[in-house]
Design a binder for this molecule. Structure first.
Ligand SMILES: Cc1cc2nc3c(=O)[nH]c(=O)nc-3n(C[C@H](O)[C@H](O)[C@H](O)COP(=O)(O)OP(=O)(O)OC[C@H]3O[C@@H](n4cnc5c(N)ncnc54)[C@H](O)[C@@H]3O)c2cc1C
Ligand code: FES
Length: 1253
């Protein structure tokens, strides 16, 4: 939070900002409060920190300080905010773990409004629904936290603005400031004259205000400015003049300030005077996030965002006047006229890949003036942004239409003219132009509808307005504070109050996450002589390395050395299968983003600057294989190919009534863990020992890789993992390779080496979820029974095997999802391509192959005219049966989940309501879908699920616990402490967890596949039981003694107070030759129902409601488990509806940061979100009858995909479009739009023939 004092107004302004974009020089005279300053465990934890933690709003904790600061800043300005303000404050924050619901729950406790939904759904308010739950036999709970525990928020206790800064602002005359850095000079003038002089002296120096445009250019695109001029302190550039004629705003005014001023003006002036303000505000509400708007300036937006400014089209349309400073293109301010003539209308539109905090695909500003008292166009302005490199005006169109009546003939012509006039160049960054073209037309259409409706309001006798069913499209989707409910089975009344198992216990590090005390790799204090490492990566997908020229790089300041494959003392290539995993490319590169060499320098900046100077010459090799199709064409696969078959598929196809064939493509997904890959390697100086502090899920292999690369035994490499800021499968082998890069550098330089990948490098280098193609042929009867399936799955593995074959296998094993298919044949191929190597990702192949299954289920439904849910019910596993690899399963809980989800979501009545809505709305449609899930749990072989724990009891009775599991947000340490607490019968507060390390628990398997709690829980239980057995004679002798008495006595009797625990792993196996086995130990079940609304004009959509029912056995910690379900579900929404990786034809990843790659934000979660855990579910195979839950929920995100499909189907049916169609994933706005119509533009015009205006 930045706080500044304005002496003239005697006002302090607090605002949040993105630290990464904020130049330190811009903070002269400002007070900066970071999360550490808000509160700490050593002083006092602030209510925001406390509530965020206690409401379970942190999982990995990496995003938590940012969340705290956004909420805290809002509360400093508005101690009792509205929920609208709260939602807006969080629009610029991202969380990859929680799915936002628990964060919003914490926020709601500060809002002044009731937390009830304020409206009745199915005649019931959310709070009534809660009451109903308690009528049932089973005792369920809906409380995951207790507000009674919360400290009140007391604004008088906040830090005050530093008086010395206030005095400085009041007393010190303003003078020009100069700050000189190593390479840059920052000049901050205080008058316009000075500014003009400076600009004359340094014509190339940019004016820097918020740095949100220049900053990213310098940070990510190699732009460098030796001198920058920061004019924000010049009073004239901050002017705000409000007169009857309008507003004049200084160019340096922040966009937030502009937003506030316009909002106030809207309240102050009559409606006819504020139409322009309203249109500008419309854009400002979704422009960036609050942190961006707080620092980004009006002038900066207008000048720098040539094509993507959301303001320029509307400002141009309303002819905003620029107050120019000089002939040089410098602007002092802008005048916005408030008075519109009678019969004048303005509007602004935008469409972006995500509704909030995303640059627009296209936007527009439009204005029309009619001859007085008529609908004859006197003047028309149409401006578009995002179309070409600057804001463009459809001049010709406007000129042609002057004098025309505002009717459908005019519209028809306008659409055609605009279409012709705004010529779009071909795409150069993966964007398709068709979508933009259609948006250009549909924005005008939308304007037409708006104005037509306004004309009717003005004069209902002459103007009929627009048809009723068109009206809803005039309302944009808005983000509302979501309402949610979580239902879980309460503990038995007989359970001891001290026993924490089954209770919603806060994450063990929750408070530390919120105070910023939790330590991640980059927080570790620097080690003496430490070096920073930056990697140099290949820019070619497949090429021979001809030469590497490091001469320029070595001359860079602070550069210590450059590390290549030649510096690896032992193993550079690791063979886990036929093809190797590679640390440094040696002679050739096999993907863009492969590490060729690395620079070590005395700072991160120096290392990166030098890395950019390494010159590599390549000779391109053929073939370059990027896509699955190209891999098939070149027969390029990683072995083995896998197949599963049951029944007689060919014969079954001969006897079925119908056959459909199809194909679906599912895009890859970036892990986007908040903590990028990070490692600090510290050589200890003797016996080749090294401490490796690393963000990984797999210490065992990482330790092996580092040891093998250095040629030392594994016992010299000590790996330490305190916590991981998110992983989702992305920190397995990839983390091992990166740790080896750092270790080789540390070995060569004998210095500590820190490697923290930038987001861009992380996305470029490490791969993600496999892009997938599923081809299927399905045979079924007229009554909906599916008799035969023949499917082929192709996954794009990238350039090295990693775990791709395993992912392919799992996709086969789990492809049946919830259905019994008597005759089935499926194949899986891991395609070897020249993309970065893909790897494990939550769900591990299941989210893709099960989506293929659900797609052909809907295909069958379409074909025979039954609903998808009927086809699902008909084919669902119903009694004790066998899977397609002959593993037994009891689907009772699958059916229960399905039925409960049907009931809780009131599926059929809502489906009727959706039908009704769709009849009454033409451009907006709703869709609803319910999807079942069977998620098999297991890792395929016994040794992968072995686990160990180590428990020490100290003489003061305190317990130190460790085990092999890694904490990456899933709350494993919290659960393990719960287990130890129950077993030892002591409070959780007596038990501490320090870190996971190879020195305490060796050979720990990866924390993957939802298995962490299952296997480590067994090991912890074992260790605790061993200790308790040893203590039992002492306890028996003194049953009334305390824990401390017994421990003291045990010590005095020389009873060992340290024990290891071990779990051998699950007896799992799979015989791929025979195609049968028991690769899984048990099954989780679930069902999700989602409802959505789409805007057919833009493809935009809103997630209205989701109800999830999950069978996860007896939850050890319902808060953690529900958090996992919701977080995974929202990640699934990302996978299936938003997240899109784009590559150049040469294999360069375009989407390399949050700017281009959109993960779900607060605006994307369902407005109503309910999660229920199936009650009375037991699981004999896992600790305390629980079930591993980390991954399963992700697939349920596809209920949103199918709800969207339902909405699109309804559009297509209504418009008489082709019945069969395939939707690929992600189902983005562009895809939705494209499938609503083959040629939308034509349709817009065509539909007018039937229009009633
Ligand atoms: C994460 C993120 C999300 C964003 N989302 C959106 C969005 O949704 N919609 C949108 O429209 N924009 C968006 N933006 C862009 C943002 O609005 C602009 O970057 C911002 O307004 C620029 O203002 P600034 O003060 O930060 O400019 P700076 O980076 O400080 O300067 C920008 C440029 O403007 C010039 N300039 C500044 N003031 C003047 C002046 N008075 N006269 C002449 N030239 C001047 C400078 O010389 C410089 O070249 C986003 C940016 C980020 C980083
Ligand atoms: S808790 Fe938000 S990113 Fe992990």
């Amino acid at each position: 939070m930045i706080s500044t004092y304005e002496p003239a107004l005697k006002k302090i302004r607090h605002y949040s900002a993105n630290a990464c974009l904020l130049p330190i020089c811009s903070l002269y005279g400002a007070a900066v409060t970071t999360v550490e300053g808000v509160g700490s465990t050593k002083t006092r934890v602030h209510p925001v920190q406390e509530r965020l933690a206690k409401c379970h709003g942190s999982q990995c904790g990496f995003c938590t300080p940012g969340m705290v600061m956004s909420i805290y800043t809002l509360l400093r300005n508005h101690p009792e905010p509205t929920s609208e303000q709260m939602i807006a404050a969080l629009a610029g924050n991202l969380c990859r773990c929680t799915g936002y619901r628990p964060i919003l729950d914490a926020c709601k406790t500060f809002c002044k409004e009731s937390i009830c939904c304020q409206r009745k759904t199915n005649e019931k308010c959310c709070l009534d629904q809660e009451d109903d739950l308690f009528d049932k036999e089973e005792k369920v709970s809906t409380r995951l936290f207790s507000t009674d525990e919360f400290q009140p928020l007391d604004p008088t206790q906040e830090l005050i603005f530093p008086p010395e800064l206030m005095r400085m602002a009041e007393n010190q005359p303003k003078r020009t400031l100069f700050f000189h850095g190593e390479r840059m000079t920052w000049i901050s003038p205080v008058s316009l004259d000075e500014l003009l002089d400076l600009k004359a002296t340094y014509p190339k120096a940019p004016l820097l205000v918020g740095n949100t445009s220049v900053g990213p250019e310098m940070k990510f695109r190699g732009m460098f400015h030796p001198i920058v001029i920061a004019p924000a302190r010049i009073p004239d550039l901050n002017m705000v003049k409000c007169t009857d004629d309008g507003l004049t705003l200084g160019a340096a005014c922040s966009l937030s300030l502009v937003k506030d001023i316009l909002t106030n003006a809207m309240a102050e002036f009559p409606e006819e005077k504020t139409k322009v303000f309203s249109a500008v505000l419309q854009q400002l509400r979704t422009l960036g996030g609050e942190q961006i708007r707080n620092i980004a300036s009006l002038g900066g937006n207008i000048v720098s965002r040539k094509s993507t400014s959301d303001l320029n089209p509307i400002l141009a349309a309303v002819s905003v006047q620029q107050v120019l400073l000089s002939d040089a293109y410098m602007s002092a301010g802008y005048s916005l006229l408030s008075d519109l003539a009678q019969g004048e209308y303005v509007s602004a539109f935008r469409q972006a890949p995500r509704r909030e905090n995303a640059l627009p695909v296209t936007n527009a500003g439009m204005r029309v003036i009619f001859e007085e008292g008529t609908d004859t166009i006197k003047d028309l302005s149409i401006f578009y942004g995002g179309a070409v490199s600057t804001t463009v005006c459809a001049k010709q169109t406007c000129r042609t239409l002057i004098g025309r009546h505002w009717n459908k003939q005019m519209l028809d012509e306008a659409c055609r003219l605009v279409f012709k006039e705004i010529a779009l160049p071909g795409s150069d960054n993966g964007e398709t132009v068709d979508y933009k073209k259609t948006l250009i037309v549909s924005f005008f259409y939308r304007f037409f509808l708006e104005v037509s409706q306004s004309l009717k309001t003005m004069d209902p006798c002459h103007y009929p307005g627009i048809p009723m069913e068109y009206r809803s499209v005039l309302q944009d989707f808005k983000t509302k504070m979501p309402q949610s409910i979580q239902i879980y089975q309460d503990i038995e009344l007989s359970q001891s109050p001290q026993d924490p198992v089954g209770r919603p216990i806060m994450h063990q590090s929750g408070i530390k996450h919120a105070t910023g005390e939790a330590v991640y790799i980059d927080d570790l204090p620097s080690v003496d002589g430490e070096l920073f490492l930056a990697v140099v990566t290949s820019s070619r997908a497949h090429a021979k390395i001809v030469s590497i020229d490091t001469s320029e790089a070595l001359k860079g300041p602070g550069v210590f050395d450059i590390i290549t494959a030649h510096d690896v003392p032992a193993t550079n290539e690791f063979y886990y299968s036929d093809d190797p995993e590679i640390i440094f490319a040696r002679n050739k590169v096999i993907c863009v983003g492969q590490i060729v060499c690395a620079v070590v320098a005395d700072s991160d900046d120096h290392a990166k600057q030098a890395a950019a100077k390494v010159k590599i010459e390549y000779e391109v090799l053929e073939p370059v294989i990027l896509t699955i199709e190209e891999a098939i064409q070149h027969n390029s696969f990683f072995a083995p190919k896998r197949k599963l078959e049951q029944g007689n598929v060919d014969r079954a196809f001969e006897t079925v009534d119908n056959i459909i064939e199809g194909e679906i493509r599912i895009g890859g997904q970036e892990h986007f863990y908040m903590e990028t890959q990070s490692v600090l390697v510290v050589p200890k100086g003797e016996d080749n020992e090294m401490d490796v502090y690393v963000s990984t899920q797999l210490k065992l292999v990482l330790q092996e890789m580092v040891a093998a690369s250095l040629g030392v035994p594994a016992n010299r490499i000590m790996c330490h993992v305190k916590r991981v800021g998110g992983a989702f499968g992305g920190k397995l082998l990839k983390a091992g390779l990166l740790a080896s890069v750092a270790a080789v550098a540390a070995n060569k330089t004998s210095r500590a080496v820190r490697l923290i990948l930038s987001r861009g490098d992380d996305m470029l280098i490490t791969g993600g979820r496999h892009p997938f193609i599923g081809k299927y042929k399905v045979g079924f009867m007229n009554d909906g029974r599916i008799r035969a399936v023949d499917a082929k799955y192709y996954i794009n593995a990238g350039c090295t095997p990693d775990e791709s074959v395993l992912v392919a296998e799992v996709s086969l094993l789990k492809m049946d999802n919830a259905y019994k298919i008597p005759n089935l044949r499926c194949w899986a191929y891991a395609c070897k391509t020249n993309l970065p190597s893909n790897t494990a990702f939550r769900g591990f192949g299941f989210p893709q192959s099960a989506l293929v299954t659900e797609t052909w289920i809907t295909g069958v439904a379409d074909k025979i005219g039954l609903s998808p849910e009927k086809i699902r019910e008909i084919n669902m596993y119903k009694e004790n049966e066998q899977t397609h690899f002959k593993q037994k399963l009891d689907p009772q809980n699958l059916i229960r989940c399905w039925n409960e989800c049907m009931e809780k979501s009131a599926y059929y009545s809502r489906k009727t309501a959706v039908n009704e809505f769709n009849k009454q709305n033409y451009w907006k449609k709703k869709g609803i879908a319910i999807v079942p899930m069977k998620f098999p749990f297991g890792l395929g072989t016994r040794y992968l699920s072995q686990a160990a724990a180590l428990v020490h009891i100290y003489t003061d009775g305190s317990v130190l616990l460790t085990h092999g599991g890694i904490e990456m947000g899933q709350g494993i340490h919290t659960k393990m402490i719960q287990v130890a607490s129950r077993e030892l019968n002591i409070p959780m507060s007596c038990i501490h967890f320090c870190e996971t390390s190879t020195t305490t628990v060796p050979n720990a398997c990866a924390s993957v596949g939802s298995a962490g709690t299952d296997v480590n829980g067994m090991a912890v239980k074992d260790a605790c039981q061993t200790l308790l057995k040893r203590l039992q004679p002492i306890i028996n002798k003194n049953p009334k003694g305390t824990w401390n008495d017994w421990i003291k006595e045990a010590f005095e009797q020389s009873v060992s107070l340290s024990a290891t625990g071990y779990f051998r792993g699950y007896n799992e196996n799979m015989d791929w030759e025979k195609g049968e086995g028991q690769p899984f130990t048990y099954f989780l079940y679930g069902a999700a129902c989602s409802e959505v609304e789409i805007n057919c004009l833009t493809g935009d959509h809103k997630n209205l409601r989701t109800d999830i029912v999950m069978d996860i056995g007896c939850s050890i910690n319902p808060a953690v488990d529900i958090g996992q379900i919701e977080g995974a579900f929202v990640q699934g929404i990302g996978l299936y509806t938003m997240e899109e990786l784009k590559y150049s034809p040469e294999g360069v990843l375009y989407t390399r940061g949050p700017d281009q790659y959109k993960i779900p934000a607060v605006c994307d979660i369902p407005e109503q979100f309910s999660v229920s855990l199936l009650s009375s579910s037991q699981n004999p195979y896992a600790i305390y009858a629980s079930k591993g839950i980390g991954e399963a929920g992700l697939f349920l995100g596809c209920s949103v995909f199918f709800a969207l499909r339902d909405a699109v189907t309804r559009v297509r049916n209504e418009r008489g479009l082709k019945k069969t169609f395939t939707l690929n994933s992600p189902l983005t706005a562009e895809q939705i739009w494209a499938n609503c119509a083959d040629d939308f533009a034509e349709m817009v015009i065509g539909s007018w023939e039937e229009g009633s205006v």
